[in-house]
Structures are given as structure tokens and as C-alpha cells.
Design a protein around this ligand. Structure first.
Ligand SMILES: *Cc1c(COP(=O)(O)O)cnc(C)c1O
Length: 370
């Protein structure tokens, strides 16, 4: 559940009274603020995280014949972005305690075709970027973070974008920071930034914003690009939220603590670990059900009016990836095990005590009646 309201309406009103609705000063302001928040040199506002991942791969020249190592425990877009540039996602199994890609499984999946690693900071807890950076250096691989779950996170003093070539974010409706649909990519590379800026808008050397500022000048097309530019309306919805992010994260942590304290003693309902030295961005609150069949548990929760979802059933068992990548049941047992047990509880900053108590009581009553 989002918390957009008066501040966003006021910001939108200003955006709508400006002559430029597409990419302009609003987007530039968002990009400056977002880069600052992440302590990164450059940010580019785009229309989705999927587009950001696609663009980062294109800009890093990952293409047909190449392989990219990633995780089966993610949303499909991580892998489809890789396939959209003509490369092949090579999946490796995850850590049982976090669900994140297990760095120990990566080296044996590296071949002469491997070009990049694409980790996903699952549920908002960062992967071991220090370990991943070492592997990337050793094998001369690019490193692109799918940080759709993790704007606010940190691990061992490292934040998204700091040890990779690029980190990609989603502002999709359910994400911690949202404008309905949107995304961003951050990087510390001047060269990569310039390339992605071109790819974001048809490979054109001038934009509507330039035209507004300087009057019409002839432009050229120098790259085969895409149409991934964020507009000022999206930026206007995002900007006011940046200063609420910290406070909202505190509320997320308080809610997570409440859930954890009440769930840890329930037999047959297990939690993921939160690692030491980590700021968890707490995008989702997943539990693992072992007391009974997860789908039975999910159905019971739904019957009692508690809306839960599953993040995720591992992608290698979805029809398209099975057919096109040749994966089968048993290939990634840790991810498959999580995929059979995991369920995300209702989880958003404004949820309130009554609702969270109801969630806990419902879990207890289902488990006690098995
Ligand atoms: C939401 C999500 C995406 C896709 O984000 P969009 O902005 O909808 O393209 C990619 N990866 C993960 C892990 C996600 O959760």
C-alpha cells in the first residue's frame, strides 16, 4: 500500500503547470537527489527497472552468445532483460538463510562465454557485494545489480551501486519508492552514464529539454537506442518521497521486529536471517512455512482476508525458461525449497498495530488447527 498524498499532489501541480511534461528539469532534479542519496556520481531516470537492466547490459556490450550469471530466486525481469540483449541467463543456486545468490556457486558456472554477473538484493537485503566484486575482478566480468528491492540497504559499509558497474532500481507500484511505473540506473562511470543517456532516448544527441532551453538545433542519431526516458510527471511524484524514505524505513523496521518477535516461537513457521553489519531495506516480509503445505496456508490466509503473495517461485521452473533454457526440477534445490515454502506477509509502513496483530493471530490460528 502506497502513502502518496498531499505532497505529491502539490508537486504534480507544479509539474503540470510547466511547459515540459517529458524529460526535463524535474527529472534532472530527481536524478541529482537520487544520486546523492546513493552516494553515487550519476543517476538516470527511466521508465522501469526492466528497462534499466536492459540498458545497462546494452551499454556494457553484453550481447548474443554471451552468458550472464544470475539467480533463480527473483522476478522474471532479471532474466528477461538478459535474454532481450540476446544473451543467456545462467542460473546458480542461492543461500538458504537469505535467498540471495550464493557467491560460492558462481565460479563453477563461469565459462569462456560469461560476460557479467547480475545479483538481486532479494527482499531488500544486499548480496555479498565484496565477494561478488572479487569474482568479477578475477574473471574480468561486469557486475550489474538488480536493486529493485533495495534503495535503502547497506552491507559491510557497501551500498547499491558502489562496487558494481551499475545498479538498477524499480519505482513500480509495490516498491518502497514508487510513481506507479518507473525506474532508475546509477553508476560511477562517466563513460557508462553517457552511453546509457543516449540509449535511454533513441540514441538522439538532443532532447525536447535541450530544445526548450536552447531553441531548435539539428540533432543526430548515433546509436540504436530505446525509449526508456522518465518524464517530469513521474519525477514530480518521486521527489517528495525521497525525504520520507528514512522515516518510512524506520516504520518498516519496527513492523519487521514486531513480526519477527511474534513469529520466532511459532513452530513450523520460519524466518530468513538478517545478517550482521547489514541495513535491510525491508521491501518485503517473507516467511517460510514448514508446518503445512504453503499453498494450503496461503489459501487459509486468503479466506481470513489476509492478502499474501509468493515472492518467488524460482524462475527456472516457469514454462518459458524451462523450454528455452532447458532447466528442470532439481537443478537448484535451495531455491526450489524456498519457492515451496515462502509467502510474503502484508507489509507496508502505515499498516498499524491492529492489522499486524490480526496477521499474527491468523497465522497462529491456522498453525494451531493443523
Ligand atoms: C519489480 C522488479 C523488477 C522489475 O521492475 P519494473 O520497474 O517493474 O520493471 C525487476 N527485478 C526485481 C527483483 C523486481 O522485484
Amino acid at each position: 500500500m502506497h502513502d502518496l498524498g498531499e505532497e505529491e499532489l502539490a508537486s504534480l501541480k507544479i509539474a503540470l503547470s510547466s511547459s515540459i511534461l517529458t524529460t526535463g528539469e524535474g527529472v534532472a532534479e530527481f536524478e541529482r537527489n537520487f544520486a546523492k542519496l546513493l552516494c553515487c556520481d550519476y543517476a538516470l531516470g527511466v521508465t522501469s527497472c526492466t528497462g534499466a537492466l536492459h540498458m545497462a547490459l546494452l551499454a556494457l556490450e553484453v550481447g548474443p552468445g554471451d552468458e550472464v550469471i544470475t539467480t533463480p530466486m527473483t522476478f522474471i525481469a532479471t532474466a528477461t532483460a538478459i535474454m532481450c540483449v540476446g544473451a543467456k541467463p545462467v542460473l546458480v543456486d542461492v543461500e538458504p538463510n537469505t535467498g540471495n545468490i550464493d557467491p560460492n556457486n558462481i565460479e563453477k558456472a563461469i565459462s569462456s562465454k560469461t560476460k557479467a554477473i547480475m545479483p538481486v538484493h532479494l527482499y531488500g537485503q544486499m548480496c555479498d557485494m565484496i565477494a561478488l566484486r572479487k569474482i568479477a575482478d578475477k574473471f574480468n566480468l561486469k557486475l550489474i545489480e538488480d536493486s529493485a528491492h533495495c534503495v535503502e540497504g547497506e552491507r559491510d559499509g557497501v551500498r547499491p551501486g558502489q562496487l558494481s558497474d551499475a545498479a538498477c532500481f524499480s519505482f513500480y507500484a509495490t516498491k518502497n519508492l514508487t510513481c506507479g511505473e518507473g525506474g532508475a540506473v546509477i553508476t560511477n562511470s562517466d563513460e557508462l552514464y553517457k552511453k546509457m543517456k543516449l540509449l535511454r532516448l533513441h540514441g538522439m544527441t538532443k532532447t525536447a529539454y535541450d530544445r526548450e532551453k536552447n531553441g531548435y538545433e539539428h540533432w543526430d542519431m548515433v546509436e540504436l537506442g530505446w525509449k526508456y526516458n522518465m518524464d517530469n510527471i513521474q519525477a514530480a511524484i518521486l521527489i517528495p518521497q525521497l525525504k520520507r524514505l528514512h522515516r518510512k524505513l524506520e516504520l518498516r523496521h519496527a513492523l519487521a521486529s514486531y513480526y519477527e518477535n511474534n513469529i520466532k516461537d511459532i513452530q513450523g513457521v520460519n524466518l530468513f536471517d538478517v545478517l550482521p553489519n547489514t541495513v535491510h531495506a525491508r521491501h518485503l516480509f517473507p516467511i517460510k512455512v514448514t508446518k503445512c503445505n504453503r499453498d494450503y496456508f496461503l489459501k487459509k490466509m486468503q479466506e481470513k482476508g489476509i492478502n499474501c503473495v509468493v515472492n518467488y517461485r524460482p524462475i527456472h521452473l516457469l514454462k518459458y525458461f524451462k523450454l528455452n533454457l532447458g532447466y528442470k526440477v532439481g537443478d537448484f534445490p535451495v531455491a526450489e525449497n524456498i519457492g515451496e515454502q515462502v509467502i510474503s506477509l502484508p507489509f507496508y509502513p502505515g499498516m498499524g498495530e491492529e492489522k499486524s496483530r490480526e496477521v499474527i493471530n491468523t497465522i497462529r490460528s491456522i498453525v494451531n488447527n493443523i
